[in-house]
Write a protein that binds this ligand. Structure first.
Ligand code: RTP
Ligand code: MG
Length: 148
């Protein structure tokens, strides 16, 4: 089964949106297999956003993602990388459709509430960056036969 990485950003933790965001994934039928509240170090932030090192907003990005605790998670399900990405919504607030997380909660690109992996390669890289193997739990949900 496919896995992806998602993270509730510091602003969303402060706005008390953790439950709201996780609830959306649970209701969809996506399984949480890894979950932790953590304070990202500057080093981890730079590694996580390595693809943006040369961007003009890189320093602001690192500062924002380390400004307070985040909630990191590993999500599992069929086609979960694309589905979670779609549920998060577009990067630009004006493109993020209502019904998506960003569409419902975001006005500013820099304070966009959630991170989600953008490809299979990113998902593997980010899961390994944030979680040890033993922190990812393999278990069954009783509801699974009603989802698949
Ligand atoms: P994320 O990586 O956080 O899930 O967001 P994303 O894939 O939708 O967007 P990405 O292009 O990877 O950009 C990473 C984060 O950088 C900030 N950003 N600022 N000022 C700007 O033009 C700009 N563009 C991107 C956003 O916070 C975005 O989430
Ligand atoms: Mg991205």
């Amino acid at each position: 089964m496919e896995q992806t990485f998602a993270m509730v950003k510091p602003g969303a933790v402060q706005r008390e949106l953790i439950g709201e965001i996780i609830t959306r994934f649970e209701k969809k039928g996506i399984k949480l297999v890894g979950l932790k509240l953590m304070q990202m170090s500057e080093e981890l932030a730079k590694q996580h956003y390595a693809e943006h090192t040369e961007k003009p907003f890189f320093d602001e990005l690192v500062k924002g993602i380390t400004a307070g605790p985040v909630v990191a998670m590993v999500l599992e399900g069929e086609n979960v990388i694309n589905i979670v990405r779609t549920m998060a919504g577009a990067t630009r607030p004006s493109d993020a459709l209502p019904g998506t997380i960003r569409g419902d909660y975001v006005l500013d690109t820099g304070k966009n509430v959630i991170h989600t992996s953008d490809s299979k390669e990113s998902a593997i890289r980010e899961i390994n960056l944030f979680f040890k193997k033993e922190e990812i739990i393999n278990y069954s949900l009783a509801t699974e036969t009603w989802i698949y």
